[in-house]
Design a protein around this ligand. Structure first.
Ligand SMILES: C=C1C[C@]23C[C@@]1(O)CC[C@H]2[C@@]12CC[C@H](O)[C@@](C)(C(=O)O1)[C@H]2[C@@H]3C(=O)O
Ligand SMILES: O=C(O)CCC(=O)C(=O)O
Ligand SMILES: [Fe+2]
Length: 341
């Protein structure tokens, strides 16, 4: 049997944070889901940042806390017990290795398909003892967070004045929807950071390939997003809110009007970061193309046509930080302006 060795410390990237670690970006749009102007503010946030924070979402804090506690219980198990829940590909427990192409991060995680039958089966095989509490917290949480993301997608349809308003949300509600759920645990790493004055990369920079993702974390810093000009800024943590990422598929479906946000996570030197992320994806056979009602007269798609399963296949051949949409971009020749006599 070939035993693949775990990455050593030299394999991890360190990032020198340009600002003192206490400095957090205050410009993240905050959307109150019940406010009358929510749809306009969401569309603006998707265009400018591809990222925003959602408050007043109706998911009870006890459910989030219950799932976080179950996750911490799992990640505190002895290593051989956690390893029994691996490998992470396609779904299961992962430690330091991210994806199939050599990416590493200061992270442990559990990756699932959101299908409840899948979760039941996986939990039974992962935890011989008492899988029920964890499993029901995961299923209930996924149900609720998907509801929030679908509400956001319906507000987006309203804000863009496209009908029907479930044109995007129905893809996530479809029983064939290819959505994922991920529990990430970033252990603290005081020694390395104190010695080098740099932060260890927990999850390297990337965009999410799906339509939309919703991140909930404990109150530990680490998540950063890249602004339009390429500057990295730190997102102030807030355990009672969701942070929404526009994914590559929504960038294509809006023909580039929305930005798929580049983001990354730096490990904290003292506290573990625990995050739970729902990745809302369409059914495999869904064509990812610009929404017809959004297109102006004569507007061409910026992308070649592809299905979600084709995109996913190509994404899984890429490295984490690659520009995955690049190979699907069309080279559009600009029409020559008529020159005067
Ligand atoms: C390096 C990789 C990990 C990833 C699959 C990929 O080949 C490229 C995309 C990565 C990503 C980023 C967002 C999500 O965390 C994720 C589950 C996804 O759908 O795409 C991960 C994949 C992964 O960790 O397997
Ligand atoms: O853990 C986080 O806060 C974000 C992780 C992330 O971006 C991902 O899992 O795709
Ligand atoms: Fe991500």
């Amino acid at each position: 049997m070939v035993v693949l060795s775990q990455p050593t410390l030299e394999d991890f990237s360190l990032i020198k944070t340009c600002k003192p670690s206490g400095s957090l970006f205050t410009g993240i749009p905050v959307i109150d889901l019940s406010a009358p102007d929510a749809k306009t503010l969401i569309v603006e946030a998707c265009q400018e940042f591809g990222f925003f924070k959602v408050v007043n979402h109706g998911v009870c804090p006890e459910l989030m806390a219950r799932l976080e506690a179950e996750a911490v219980k799992f990640f505190s198990l002895p290593q051989p017990e956690k390893d029994r829940a691996g490998p992470p590909s396609p779904f299961g427990y992962g430690n330091k290795k991210i994806g199939p192409n050599g990416d590493v991060g200061w992270i442990e995680y559990l990756l699932f398909s959101t299908n409840p039958d899948f979760i039941s089966q996986k939990f039974l095989s992962m935890f011989q003892e008492e899988p029920e509490v964890f499993r029901s917290a995961v299923n209930e949480y996924i149900w609720k967070v998907r509801g929030v993301v679908c509400r956001v997608l319906e507000l987006i349809a309203d804000g863009l004045r496209i009908e029907p308003r479930d044109v995007l949300s129905k893809l996530l509600r479809d029983e064939k929807s290819d959505s994922f759920f991920r529990l990430n645990y970033y252990p603290p790493c005081p020694k390395v950071q104190a010695q080098s004055g740099r932060n260890l990369v927990g999850f390297g920079e990337h965009t999410d390939p799906q339509i939309m993702s919703a991140v909930r974390s404990n109150n530990t810093t680490g998540l950063q997003i890249s602004l339009r000009d390429g500057t990295w800024v730190s997102v102030p943590p807030d355990q009672s809110s969701f942070f929404i990422n526009v994914g590559d598929s929504l960038q294509v479906m809006t023909n580039g009007r929305f930005r798929s946000v580049r983001h990354r996570v730096l490990a904290d030197s003292l506290k573990p970061r625990v995050s739970m992320i729902y990745f809302g994806g369409p059914p495999p056979s869904e064509k990812i193309t610009p929404l017809p009602p959004l297109m102006e007269e004569g507007e061409e798609s910026l992308y070649k046509e592809f299905t979600w399963s084709e995109y996913k296949k190509s994404a899984y051949k890429s490295r984490l930080g690659d520009n995955r949409l690049g190979q699907f971009e069309k080279i559009i020749k600009k029409k020559k302006k008529a020159t005067g006599p």
